[in-house]
Design a protein around this ligand. Structure first.
Ligand code: ZN
Length: 94
C-alpha cells in the first residue's frame, strides 16, 4: 500500500484518504515585451557566445529555477485550508 505524508505537517495518509489533497505550484519568469531597438547596436555573436559560456558554467538546477519550475506537494485537509487562506505566508507566520 502506498502511504503519503503531508508535506507541510507530516500527517500520514493513504492513497485514497479523503483528507489528502495535491498542491501544484508553477513558477516562471514574468517576461514582458522585448524592445528590439534597444538591441540594434549589440554584437549578437558575442552576446550569444557569452550566454552559451554562462550556461556551460552554470548549475543546471539554478538555470531551471530562473526559468521554470513545477512543484507538487501532498497536503492534508487542515494544511489545504491554511494554504488557501494564506498561500504566500511568510515562514514566521502561522
Ligand atoms: Zn498537513
Amino acid at each position: 500500500m502506498i502511504r503519503y505524508e503531508c508535506d507541510r505537517c507530516g500527517l500520514r495518509m493513504s492513497a485514497n484518504d479523503p483528507r489528502r489533497f495535491i498542491v501544484k505550484m508553477e513558477v516562471y519568469a514574468a517576461a514582458g515585451p522585448v524592445d528590439l531597438d534597444a538591441y540594434a547596436e549589440i554584437d549578437h555573436r558575442k552576446e550569444l557566445a557569452d550566454v552559451l559560456k554562462d550556461l556551460a558554467d552554470a548549475d543546471p538546477d539554478e538555470v531551471e529555477d530562473q526559468t521554470y519550475r513545477l512543484l507538487r506537494f501532498d497536503v492534508c485537509n487542515t494544511c489545504r485550508r491554511a494554504l488557501l487562506a494564506s498561500p504566500l505566508s511568510r515562514p514566521d507566520e502561522p
